[in-house]
Design a binder for this molecule. Structure first.
Ligand code: ISL
Ligand code: CA
Length: 536
């Protein structure tokens, strides 16, 4: 197996709108990110996944792009982007751009032309039909929108301002590859590919994910763009199984470095039900089963895992799977230790490193996300109460992750000198970067330690994974590499749990607790998490 820089990297996701505002308009921007590179360097991360900063009418906060080669004015200029790239690269931090090519904005020049002129080549860059079928939009309602001028319907698997591109069209594919090369030439470190498993769709057969030509397109893309460059490419693939993930990330397949799989995220809602039907408690045995399956099936010669708890589309993992009220700091460290010591490249969502939490949204007036707003409209129409709807949104809505980053105790948590676009969390006096940096016991330093371990510990990068048979609420596994072995054990509950281990614990690598007492008493206290070198 060939070593890659991204095997050792820890990626930090920045949601630009909510990271740091540099000019007081209440919206985070590129200059704000550049200002905070010292902070990210201190954390130790070596790559940033930057959510979209391209020109966009912002119907879906930038995941609706109207010009791939221009920067949205609210985020700054192309000069600001280049400054961010330079400053980051100087610090050994690569910038991974968000590549949103399943769809564009309806304000993209291609779509404007396609709509205006049905005989134009651009018309076929999108998907048009005389009659809609049953395909539904992720954001509610039919996936087909009538274009009155031509009497035809266009496909949008997301909002009606996000028309789907037609990947069957070779000229369109070439335009996308050209655009990707422009960004590669600017010195970026790779791409995170938005809903990439949808590009092989066959609308007439109502096939959306994992269409038959998906992997042909990716191989073609790789050959035309990043294939011979040393870049990190990660696909967002909701429908991936380990088998499918091997096709994408198998070292000989010439597709992607890795994909995001979402099987564990499925535990947030009722089995096979919409995300709004929430599951209140984490099914820990199921979580163990899912993670172990991915760890074992994606062996180092077969592919590569990505590891994440949350992102800009998901609630804070700490809020729904940790113990925010009783053990906020300890459970945040436990979740971090559990995830980062498995095999794969970890992704940290901004604010997780200080233990930020879901927001206590009161009513619909505080909600900005199109997905939540559309869901609320639909549910109200079906006669459900606002109270009920808010309970779901408060638990799982995307705005939870999108509230401003909490930097310090000054007004607006130091995010902006103006009025922030989403409310600042009322807990910012306690939970903020300045306080975390000042406290050597804070969550921040657990993350810093985990990130630094990747840089030196080969066992952590390449070691074998084995799940141990333990109490339901204890997640324990070993990593073994070249005669060395390590035990990672985490109590994912508010209760003490019995825990016995046959081997001999030697040195502690990292923990959030009194390690000796676990092995002496054969008991784990609530949210205890430990990694020790062991002898069998
Ligand atoms: O989280 C989700 C599942 O209900 C969806 O909100 C989300 O749309 C899905 O995860 C796909 O996400 C990506 O593509 C969307 C964009 O809104 C998301 O922000 C992006 O991450 C459309 O571009
Ligand atoms: Ca700003």
């Amino acid at each position: 197996m060939q070593e890659k820089w991204w095997h050792r990297a820890t990626v930090y996701q920045v949601y630009p709108r909510s990271f740091k505002d540099s000019n007081g308009d209440g919206i985070g921007d590129l200059k704000g990110i550049t200002e905070k590179l010292d902070y990210l360097e201190k954390l130790g991360i070596t790559a940033i996944w930057l959510s979209p900063v391209y020109q966009s009418p912002m119907d879906d906060n930038g995941y609706d792009i109207s010009d791939y080669e221009a920067i949205a004015e609210i985020f700054g200029s192309m000069a600001d982007m280049e400054e961010l790239l330079d400053s980051a690269n100087q610090r050994g931090i690569k910038i991974i751009m968000d590549l949103v090519v399943n769809h564009t904005s309806d304000e993209h020049a291609w779509f404007v032309e396609a709509r205006k002129n049905p005989d134009s080549p651009e018309r076929d860059f999108y998907v048009w039909r005389d009659q809609p079928n049953h395909l539904m939009s992720t954001f509610g309602g039919s996936a087909w929108e009538l274009d009155e001028a031509s009497g035809q319907y266009y496909l949008h698997l997301f909002s009606r301002k996000q028309p789907d591109l037609n990947w069957e069209n070779a000229a369109l594919r070439q335009k996308i590859y050209d655009m990707m090369n422009v960004w590669i030439d600017k010195g970026i470190g790779g791409f995170r590919m938005d809903v990439i498993d949808l590009i092989g769709k066959i609308p007439d057969q109502e096939i959306t994910g994992n269409g038959p030509k998906l992997h042909d397109y990716l191989k073609e893309m790789s050959l035309a763009t990043f294939g011979n460059k040393d870049l990190l490419t990660v696909g967002e693939t909701w429908g991936a199984t380990p088998e499918i993930a091997k096709t994408y990330s198998g070292p000989d397949n010439q597709e992607l470095s890795m994909v995001f799989q979402f099987e564990h995220i499925g535990l947030q809602h009722k089995p096979d039900r919409p995300k709004w039907e929430i599951e209140k408690e984490l099914d820990v045995p199921k979580l163990k089963e899912i993670f172990a399956k991915w760890q074992l099936e994606l062996g180092v010669n077969e592919g590569w895992n990505s590891l994440f708890w949350d992102n800009h589309d998901l609630p804070r993992a700490l809020s729904i799977w940790g113990s925010p009220e009783h053990y906020r700091e300890k459970s945040a460290k436990a979740l971090a230790i559990l995830l980062h010591l498995m095999r794969g490249t970890p992704y940290i969502y901004q604010g997780d490193e200080i233990g930020m939490l879901n927001y206590p949204f009161k009513d619909l007036t505080e909600i900005a996300d199109i997905e939540s707003i559309n869901y609320a409209k639909e549910a109200l129409g079906e006669g459900r109460s606002e109270q009920d709807i808010m309970a779901s949104i408060r638990h799982i809505g995307r705005d939870n992750a999108r509230i401003p980053m909490q930097w310090n105790t000054s007004p607006q948590a130091g995010f902006t000198t103006g009025q922030s676009w989403l409310p600042v969390h009322p807990d910012f006096q306690e939970i903020n970067v300045a306080s975390a940096l000042a406290d050597p016991q804070s969550i921040f330093y657990t993350y810093q330690h985990l990130i630094s371990l990747r840089k030196t510990e080969d066992w952590l990068i390449y070691g074998d994974f084995e799940l141990l048979d333990t109490e339901d609420k204890v997640f324990a596994y070993t990593r073994q590499y070249q005669g060395k072995a390590y035990l990672i054990a985490v109590n994912l509950s508010d209760d003490t749990q019995p825990f016995s281990f046959a081997g001999q614990p030697e040195a502690t690598v990292i923990s959030n607790t009194d390690v000796a007492s676990i092995f002496q008493n054969q008991m784990m206290q609530p949210w205890d998490a430990v990694c020790v070198a062991i002898r069998y």
